[in-house]
Design a protein around this ligand. Structure first.
Ligand SMILES: Cc1cc2nc3c(=O)[nH]c(=O)nc-3n(C[C@H](O)[C@H](O)[C@H](O)COP(=O)(O)OP(=O)(O)OC[C@H]3O[C@@H](n4cnc5c(N)ncnc54)[C@H](O)[C@@H]3O)c2cc1C
Length: 321
């Protein structure tokens, strides 16, 4: 591993200043970053530890039903928090679905969103697009776990379980940087994911995710997260799904394991599910409609069937009848 220095940020100003240095990296639990450094796909000179920042470990549930989750809240804390489980069950379930108890105890929500893809070409340091090459080696190679939907060069998927739940809950992120704090949608945060070699996140030097924000509309209703894996535990999703029937009747559905950023299904499908009264043929047709634009590679066509199976199950569960 390359030599590096460690800086514990004591304030937002201190964190931004330290992260604005060339080759600085934010540090959460280190469960991905330190592995990436050992794999030599990340070579930061300084690690800026965000875990002691004021508010970074706080989960605040507001009276209006919204919530603020500090960037360094651990996944195990999210999974076990009674208020989160009660109001935002899909997020609690997704946090509980991450890896192992050890990973959940160390890993933070900020680090989970900012973790790098697990593509084996990228992780092996081969000259793929994300490692500074001009091509995606998975596109014509070993692509069993790769994306069905991509709008750029990279065919990796985002490995986060919580991202899928946060997508249906229409969460936003608070970014702190040189100009202060600003709010970004998840789509905006990941808008350059498949195009940008350096990162999946649209962050400028000095920026870090300071919090995840849940709107009041994300609370309650019927919500859940389901994850399919190659083995029963300690694995990333091949395909996952989060769904929410809100208290106002609106439906939100998102898929995981199929793209390098958030993947909400077509809003016309969500509207049909919200209307309800769907028979088996309609559910089959809607599941096919969601996957109409999927572009499977040579070895990941099974993900289309997995996604459709999860979609059919979710639509039955969400039907208001
Ligand atoms: C064996 C294994 C299995 C796993 N299984 C799963 C799984 O099933 N589901 C899943 O979702 N994840 C899984 N993971 C990934 C794991 O959840 C992540 O490693 C962890 O959540 C990352 O959190 P962290 O705080 O340790 O991040 P770190 O390792 O500290 O950081 C990860 C990346 O995020 C950046 N970063 C950290 N905090 C911030 C911030 N606040 N703002 C901006 N950038 C930041 C870092 O610079 C780094 O690039 C697995 C990992 C391993 C090693």
């Amino acid at each position: 591993m390359y030599p590096f220095t460690y800086h514990r940020a004591e304030s937002a100003t201190d964190a931004v200043r330290a992260l604005n240095a060339p080759s600085a990296a934010a540090l959460g639990g280190g469960t991905d970053l330190l592995v990436a450094m050992k794999e030599e796909i990340a070579r930061p000179d300084v690690l800026v530890d965000l875990r002691r920042l004021p508010g970074a470990r706080d989960i605040a549930l507001h009276n209006d039903g919204s919530a603020r989750i500090g960037c360094a809240v651990r996944l195990s804390e999210l999974a076990a928090h009674a208020g989160i489980a009660d109001r935002f069950a899909a997020l609690a379930q997704a946090a509980a679905a991450v890896g192992t108890p050890q990973l959940r105890t160390m890993g933070t929500i900020g680090g989970n969103l900012a973790q790098r893809p697990r593509c084996w070409y990228f992780r092996s340091g081969l000259p793929c697009f994300k490692n500074g090459g001009t091509d995606c080696l998975a596109e014509r190679g070993e692509n069993h776990y790769h994306a069905l939907f991509t709008d750029g060069t990279c065919h990796a998927v985002h490995p986060s379980d919580p991202l899928v739940a946060l997508t249906v809950l229409e969460a936003t992120v608070e970014i702190t940087g040189l100009a202060g704090a600003r709010i970004l949608s998840l789509d905006a945060l990941f808008s350059r994911a498949a195009h940008d070699a350096r990162s999946e996140l649209t962050l400028a030097p000095g920026d870090y995710i300071s919090a995840v924000l849940l709107p009041a509309s994300a609370g309650g209703g019927e919500q859940f997260y389901e994850k399919l894996m190659q083995r029963g535990a300690w694995d990333f999703a091949t395909v996952s799904l989060a769904a929410h029937r809100r208290t106002d009747g609106a439906v939100r559905i998102a898929l995981g394991g199929v793209s390098l950023g958030p993947c909400r299904v077509n809003s016309s499908v969500e509207e049909d599910v919200a209307t309800g009264g769907l028979d088996d043929d309609s559910i089959d047709a809607l599941a096919e409609r969601v996957m109409y634009d999927a572009r499977p590679l040579d070895h990941n066509g099974y993900k289309v069937w997995q996604a459709q199976a999860l979609l059919r199950r979710a639509m039955r569960r969400l039907d208001p009848r």
